[in-house]
Design a protein around this ligand. Structure first.
Ligand code: 5AD
Ligand code: SF4
Length: 442
C-alpha cells in the first residue's frame, strides 16, 4: 500500500543530496513524497548543526511534529543529519516521541529502521560513525530532485579540524567514494538528460587523498574524468579548502570547457592571527596569491566566500583586515556568520569571546559592504552577452524565464518561445538588481 513521506531539510548541499537519497530509498518501498506533513506516514527532519542558530531551528520544528504525532500515533518521526549525529540517543530523553535518530552515515538504513520502529514499537538509534565506512554505490532516480542539474556526493566528512567547526564530529573522518562509483552515477545522470553536475563534499580538493579510495591523482583527475562524459554541459564543485587548492586544479579551469568559472573559496578571516587560531593552515598572503593565480588562469572566474565575524579574540584590527579582503578580492558574493560555540569544537573553550553586540555590528558592516560590491559587479555585466542555462519559467507574469550564468548568477529574461530547463542560450544583460541580472534572449 502506498504511504506518504514528508522530508524537511536544513543545512548544506550534502544534506539536500542525503534527503534525495532517503526519498529514493523509501520510494523503492512504495512511499510517495508529499508536501503536506499532516498527511504523512513518515516525517524525516534532516537537521544541520553548523551554527547554534541552525541547530535551534531544528529543535524548534520538532515541537510542531510532536503535535502531529499526538493526532496520528501511526506517524513515524525520524531525525537525521548533524543534530541527530551530535545528540544521538540523548535526543530521545528530551523528546521521547521521536521514533528514529540516525546520523549521516546511516541514511541507507532508513527503510529498515522505519520497518523496525513500526514492528518493535520502540525508538531506533543509528549513529555509528566509522572511519572505515564505504559510501555504497547508488544510482539516483530522476524522480527525486530537478531533471536538468544534480549533485553527486564524492566524499564525506572532514579531517581539517578548524577550531570553530562541528563537522568532523558530526560527519566523521574524510572518506572518498571510488572513482568508478562516481563515474557510474554521473554517466547514469547524463544518460537521463541531466546537463549540469555539481560534485559535492566538505573538502573536495583533497578527494582521493585519504581513506579506502586513496588515489595518486586526486580531484583534478576526477574532474577531467567526469567532464569527459559526452552530453554533460556544465560541471561545478563545492566546497574547497584554500590550503588544498593546487596548481593542477587551477589548470582545470583552462583545460575543461564545461567547468564553470565559479570558485567558492572560504576565507573565514582576513587576519593571520585569527586564521592561525582557527587552525586554517594558510596565511592571508598565500590565500591572496592563489586568488591572483586563479584569475590569471581564468580571468572571468567569479569568487564567493564564507566569513566568520567575532571569532574569539577578534580585535577591531583583525576585523578591519577582514573588511580589507572584501576590497582586495571583490567577491561576487559572500556568506557571513557570527561566530557561535559548537559542541566539541576547540574554540568553544577559547577565552576572549566577542560580545554579541559587537558581532552583530561587525556582521552588519560586512554585509552592507558586500552588497555594494555584489551590485557593482552585477552592474558591470550590463551590455554583455552571457551564456545562461534555463532553470524554468520565472514567477513574474508574461513569458519571463529564469536561468543561471556559468558564474552562478541568476538571470531573469524574456522570451516568447517555450524553453526547457537545462537549455543553454545567450542573453544580453540589460539591468542589474541586488540578487539577479535581467536581460533579453538574443
Ligand atoms: N560559527 C559561525 N560560523 C561557522 N561556520 C562554521 N562553523 C561556524 C561557527 N561555529 C561557517 C563557516 C563555514 C560555513 C559553512 O559556516 O564560514 O565555511
Ligand atoms: Fe550543517 Fe555541516 Fe552537517 Fe552540512 S555537514 S548539515 S553544513 S553541520
Amino acid at each position: 500500500m502506498t504511504q506518504l513521506l514528508y522530508i524537511e531539510t536544513f543545512g548544506c548541499q550534502m544534506n539536500e543530496r542525503d534527503s534525495e537519497i532517503m526519498a529514493q530509498l523509501l520510494g523503492e518501498h512504495a512511499y510517495l513524497r508529499t508536501d503536506q506533513p499532516e498527511q504523512a506516514d513518515v516525517v524525516v527532519v534532516n537537521t544541520c548543526s553548523i551554527r547554534g542558530k541552525a541547530a535551534h531551528k531544528a529543535y524548534s520544528c520538532f515541537g510542531r511534529y510532536r503535535k502531529l504525532k499526538a493526532k496520528n500515533p501511526h506517524l513515524i518521526l525520524a531525525v537525521t543529519g548533524c543534530v541527530a549525529q551530535q545528540d544521538g540517543a540523548a535526543l530521545l530523553e528530551r523528546m521521547p516521541y521521536i521514533d528514529i535518530v540516525m546520523g549521516p552515515q546511516s541514511i541507507y538504513a532508513l527503510p529498515s529502521l522505519v520497518a523496525a520502529a513500526r514492528r518493535d514499537k520502540k525508538p531506533q538509534v543509528a549513529t555509528d560513525l566509522s572511519a572505515n565506512f564505504v559510501i555504497p554505490p547508488f544510482l539516483p532516480s530522476l524522480a527525486e530532485g530537478p531533471a536538468h542539474k544534480r549533485f553527486i556526493t564524492i566524499m564525506q566528512g572532514c579531517d581539517n579540524f578548524c577550531t570553530y567547526c562541528v563537522v568532523p564530529y558530526t560527519r566523521g573522518r574524510e572518506i572518498s567514494r571510488s572513482l568508478a562509483d562516481i563515474l557510474a552515477e554521473a554517466t547514469h545522470l547524463v544518460s537521463q538528460g541531466v546537463k549540469e553536475i555539481t560534485l559535492i563534499g566538505q573538502n573536495v580538493n583533497s578527494y582521493g587523498q585519504k581513506g579506502a579510495h586513496k588515489q595518486s591523482q586526486g580531484f583534478p583527475a576526477l574532474l577531467r574524468a567526469v567532464a569527459a562524459i559526452a552530453g554533460l554541459q556544465r560541471l561545478r564543485f563545492t566546497t574547497s579548502h584554500p590550503k588544498d587548492l593546487s596548481e593542477d586544479l587551477m589548470r582545470c579551469f583552462v583545460e575543461i570547457p564545461s567547468l564553470c568559472p565559479h570558485f567558492h573559496l572560504p576565507v573565514q578571516s582576513g587576519s593571520n592571527a585569527i586564521l592561525h587560531r582557527m587552525n586554517r593552515r594558510y596565511t592571508i598572503e598565500s590565500y591572496l596569491d592563489k586568488v591572483v593565480r586563479l584569475r590569471e588562469y581564468r580571468p572571468d572566474i567569479a569568487l564567493t566566500t564564507d566569513i566568520i565575524v567575532g571569532f574569539p579574540g577578534e580585535t577591531d584590527d583583525d576585523f578591519a583586515a577582514t573588511m580589507q579582503i572584501l576590497e582586495t578580492v571583490h567577491y561576487q558574493g559572500s556568506y557571513s556568520f557570527k561566530y557561535s560555540d559548537r559542541p566539541n569544537a576547540k574554540a568553544a573553550d577559547f577565552p576572549d569571546k566577542v560580545a554579541e553586540e559587537i558581532k552583530s555590528e561587525r556582521l552588519a558592516r560586512l554585509q552592507t559592504r558586500q552588497e555594494e560590491i555584489s551590485l557593482l559587479l552585477k552592474q558591470a555585466e550590463i551590455g554583455k552577452a552571457v551564456e545562461v542555462m534555463v532553470e524554468g519559467a520565472s514567477k513574474a507574469p508574461g513569458n519571463q524565464w529564469s536561468g543561471r550564468t556559468g558564474t552562478n548568477q541568476i538571470v531573469n529574461f524574456s522570451c516568447e518561445a517555450k524553453l526547457a530547463p537545462g537549455q543553454l542560450l545567450m542573453v544580453k544583460i540589460e539591468d542589474a538588481c541586488q540578487n539577479s541580472l535581467r536581460g533579453k534572449m538574443i
